[in-house]
Design a protein around this ligand. Structure first.
Ligand code: FKS
Ligand code: ZN
Length: 345
């Protein structure tokens, strides 16, 4: 299996995340990608290649122009306003303030274009987010050219990013951008299976009204886990998209046995949809020692996860999302990919 990787992920290196009422060193750190890359090499998963450049229009097919302009200028606007630290939103449009306007001031823009307040924008963030999207696009191109599988080692991650909002460590929705490219290249139907611990609210929202993309996610119950306001089992899609969205929230302490039952349910539904390609939003924060999550998967369980996914016999594009037990992130990620590769027909 080929991996697409860009060292430009290092340009995303914020110093601050708002957590527990303090500014802490972000969980989503450059070390994550370093550990994954070194496990890919030591486990000899396959070649590691650099991404190509892609037209801006492919990203514009998912994200609003105004949002992309905001990302392009946010850091400059923030520093020119005289701020010393990193850019963290601190005001949102609430239910009691139904304005239709987009503020001019950077503080207002940060609120308008964000869905959460933990994620700082730092110098280089936008360049890294674009490189991450190019990694996803290049891996999608490998599938288009006939590879049976590919791994996009994306960083920063993407599944929380909506068409016009960042948050949850995400800026551009890499999985959505990759899926849209493959549709553009002739695929008729794409299934996205999101196995990250967190619900992919951005991906769900982007495809909620559509029947050419089936979004399915297994995640911590949003009553108890980020992103709290989306990811419930009664969200099934709307309009043409009815029955093209499937959420399988699980409770605190879910073991691999429980988790794997949800996976089998998801895979049955995906088979009924008969997609041309399967996109996996691959987070390994379901791991028992993840510092911000509450499932109980063990390292060997990730191998089985990959094997079960391979039983679908579909071209499969893996897109990296979360995972914060950094010492084990390489092993856990590569276990999924090797489990898949060793089982694939
Ligand atoms: C810790 C609270 C953390 C934010 C969680 C964001 C999770 C991001 C992710 C992604 F895949 F996008 F990276 N709240 N004090 O893992 O879903
Ligand atoms: Zn996550």
């Amino acid at each position: 299996m080929k991996t697409v990787y860009s060292p430009k992920h290092n340009l995303r290196n914020p110093k601050t995340e708002l957590a527990g009422g303090q500014l802490v060193t972000p969980f989503e750190s450059p070390k994550r990608a370093d550990y994954i890359l070194s496990a890919i090499k030591s486990e000899q998963l396959g070649p590691v290649i650099a991404p190509a450049q892609w037209p801006r229009s492919l990203v514009e097919s998912i994200h609003d122009i105004g949002y992309l302009r905001f990302l392009d200028t946010a850091w400059q606007q923030w520093t020119e306003a005289g701020n010393e630290g990193e850019a963290i939103p601190n005001i949102w449009q609430s239910r009691s303030m139904p304005s239709q306007r987009i503020p001019n001031h950077i503080d207002g823009q940060l609120g308008y274009y964000s869905l959460a307040g933990e994620t700082s924008i730092s110098k280089g963030t936008t360049e890294a987010a674009w490189a991450s999207a190019f990694v996803a696009l290049s891996a999608a191109e490998l599938i288009h050219r006939g590879e049976n599988s590919a791994f996009a080692l994306c960083r920063p991650p993407g599944h929380h990013a909506s068409k016009n909002q960042f948050g949850g460590y995400c800026f551009l929705n890499n999985a959505a951008i990759a899926a849209q490219k493959m549709l553009h290249d002739g695929a008729q139907k794409i299934a996205i299976l999101d196995v990250d611990f967190h619900h992919g609210n951005g991906t769900q929202d982007i495809f909620y009204q559509r029947n050419d993309v089936f979004y399915c996610s297994i995640h911590g119950d949003p009553m108890e886990a980020f992103p709290y306001f989306l990811g419930f089992s009664d969200e099934i899609g709307t309009g043409l998209g009815v029955d093209h969205n499937l959420n399988l929230p699980l409770q605190r302490g879910a073991t691999f046995h429980i988790w794997h039952q949800a996976l089998n349910h998801a895979l049955r539904k995906i088979l009924q949809f008969t997609p041309d390609v399967l996109v996996i939003s691959l987070g390994v924060d379901t791991f028992e020692n993840d510092p911000i999550s509450f499932f109980k998967l063990k390292s060997k369980d990730f191998t089985q996860m990959g094997k079960t996914i391979a039983s679908m016999n579909l071209p499969t594009l893996f897109i990296m999302e979360g995972g914060y037990a950094v010492e084990e992130i390489g092993t856990n990620t590569v276990n999924v990919l090797k489990g898949f590769k060793n089982e694939a027909a």
